[in-house]
Design a protein around this ligand. Structure first.
Ligand SMILES: C[S@@+](CC[C@H](N)C(=O)[O-])C[C@H]1O[C@@H](n2cnc3c(N)ncnc32)[C@H](O)[C@@H]1O
Length: 234
């Protein structure tokens, strides 16, 4: 069951979500992906020091034009490499929703939020098919090095739509490589997003042509789950 997560009993109020959003469309209604899904093996893509040296988060934040006052949902936030860098960028008028499906990961992240005194971060426990985010609450949903781990990509993408604000964007960063090697091939990503009505609005290569940052506009009229035609292995 999805619940809002309290980082610890002494958590500062701003680090805690007070109530989980009710479930959205049920998992059973969505088709399963017709391709492998990578297992969850770690709460971070790579060591933060090496990512910082490469300037990863700064580059992504700039490419996405993330500004003070925005609400950014970091879906699959893991250990919080992005949370820690997004929070100062969106500032006191903005909010970072640090979301994950692993309770232990979120508890650890909650400790980090407290340690770093990030007063504009909320923690949300989602489900593989449902991010469990509040309606019309998100300007940008960011999915970094995790799309290949989503067991129910069609469900997650459809159930994300009501959480997006007008002109909201969904950005996905991943390796352009096989799912079982912790990537999502470009053709597969494009097919699955198109299958649920998302429109690609930007595509950036981050490291040569090995890692991409793809930006999508969510559909205004998403298809009924039963009408989704799943994409095959690409
Ligand atoms: C490889 S880690 C990446 C973490 C972080 N985004 C980063 O860049 O370091 C993938 C994370 O995605 C989470 N995850 C997997 N499937 C998910 C889903 N359906 N919804 C939300 N989070 C998910 C995992 O629990 C894990 O913390």
């Amino acid at each position: 069951m999805a619940l809002a997560v309290s980082a610890c009993s002494a958590a500062a109020p701003d680090a805690v979500v007070s109530a989980a959003e009710p479930p959205s469309l049920a998992a059973e209604r969505f088709p399963r992906p017709q391709r492998p899904v990578a297992g969850i093996v770690s709460d971070q893509w790579a060591n933060e020091d090496s990512r910082e040296r490469a300037g990863e988060a700064a580059r992504v934040i700039d490419l996405l034009d993330i500004r003070p006052g925005m609400t950014v949902a970091d879906i699959g936030a893991g250990a919080g490499y992005y949370v820690s860098r997004l929070a100062p960028r969106v500032g006191p008028e903005g909010r970072v929703i640090a979301q994950d499906i692993e309770r232990r990961t979120l508890n650890r992240l909650g400790q980090r939020v407290l340690r770093e005194r990030l007063g504009n971060v909320s923690l949300v426990l989602g489900e593989p098919h449902d991010p469990r985010l509040a309606p019309r609450s998100v300007d940008l949903a960011l999915l970094v090095h995790m799309y290949h781990e989503i067991a129910q990509p069609y469900g997650l993408l459809i159930n994300l739509v009501p959480a997006m604000r007008l002109n909201g964007r969904v950005a996905i960063l991943d390796v352009d490589g096989p799912v079982l090697a912790h990537g999502t091939p470009r053709a597969l990503l494009s097919c699955e997003l198109a299958a649920v009505g998302y429109r690609e609005v930007a595509w950036h290569w981050i490291e040569g042509r090995s890692i991409y940052l793809a930006v999508f506009e969510p559909p205004t009229d998403p298809p009924k789950p039963e009408r989704i035609a799943p994409c095959g292995a690409q």
